[in-house]
Design a binder for this molecule. Structure first.
Ligand SMILES: C[S@@+](CC[C@H](N)C(=O)[O-])C[C@H]1O[C@@H](n2cnc3c(N)ncnc32)[C@H](O)[C@@H]1O
Length: 257
């Protein structure tokens, strides 16, 4: 996507390194909780500053953390220099073109799926199913929730960034393309430059349609810790679906026919 490398590079430069935060440890814990115990070979797509990747390596997994944005990869490479129970490799690459020789037990993509159009997303899912995942492997994927983003569209706030001062952050929603729009402009920038992230959101029903023909099947879905069925059959009354900005799905490779 034309906008991604520049948007995420600028965004990461604003924030600097993240270290390992509690939500990174929660993500790392998903591997054992959903994919079973034992050391795994993990590929993390869009790994950002590497906090979740380092947390996974701390749990003994062998992790390749891929990102397209050079500063994100540089921060991950710093984390990779520290001793960890498993290995951590920081890789600058584009997940639409990257190639690997050996398969992974787990591919994870937390917070970021949907940068392209539906055909792009399908292309990525097919690559994961046919080229990257081992036959018993799992994809852990966060999917942006349209209900939430449509609800908060129009919100504007001033955000103090770690390294680049104050920014105005506007949240929008394109109801035709079903995409959330996350726009940033520096408060004191006379040029008025605005950087926008545009992410395709999928209702669970639409996500199931997207999956068709990709070689992946949904095994589990949860939002804010509450499990639900993607086909809506047993929607939990406890699940306030509009409250979560994304939901987690676990996808497994279709058995050979
Ligand atoms: C919204 S950020 C999330 C980062 C991290 N997963 C997190 O939750 O903090 C999405 C990340 O995906 C990366 N990304 C976007 N398109 C990519 C691509 N084609 N190949 C590899 N990484 C990509 C961006 O550079 C960015 O770091």
């Amino acid at each position: 996507m034309d906008w991604t490398k520049e948007f995420y590079t600028r965004s990461r430069e604003r924030w600097g390194p993240s270290g390992i935060l509690p939500h990174h440890q929660d993500r790392a814990g998903q591997i054992a909780r959903l994919c079973g115990w034992g050391k795994k070979r993990v590929l993390e797509l869009g790994a950002g500053a590497g906090g979740a990747a380092a947390a996974m390596a701390d749990l003994g997994h062998d992790v390749t953390a891929m990102d397209i944005a050079p500063p994100a990869v540089a921060y991950t490479a710093e984390l990779a220099k520290e001793p960890r129970a498993g290995t951590l490799i920081a890789l600058e690459a584009d997940f639409f073109t990257a190639e690997f020789e050996d398969p992974f037990d787990v591919v994870a993509y937390w917070n970021g799926f949907g940068v392209g159009n539906d055909a792009d997303q399908r292309r990525l899912l097919k690559r994961i199913a046919t080229q990257w995942l081992a036959p018993n492997g799992s994809l852990l994927l966060d999917v942006a929730n349209p209900l939430h983003w449509a609800r908060i569209a129009g919100r504007e706030q001033v955000v103090e960034t770690d390294r680049a001062g104050r920014f105005i952050k506007r949240t929008g929603f394109d109801p035709v393309g079903c995409r959330f729009l996350d726009s940033w402009s520096a408060e004191d920038d006379p040029s008025g430059r605005i950087d926008t992230q545009s992410i395709r959101c999928y209702s669970p029903a639409d996500f199931l349609l997207l999956l068709e023909g990709t070689g992946l099947t949904a095994r589990h879905a949860e939002m804010n810790g509450i499990t639900f069925a993607l086909d809506g059959v047993d929607a939990s009354p406890r699940l306030a679906f509009e409250e979560g900005w994304e939901y987690l799905v676990q996808l497994v490779v279709d058995p050979p026919v």
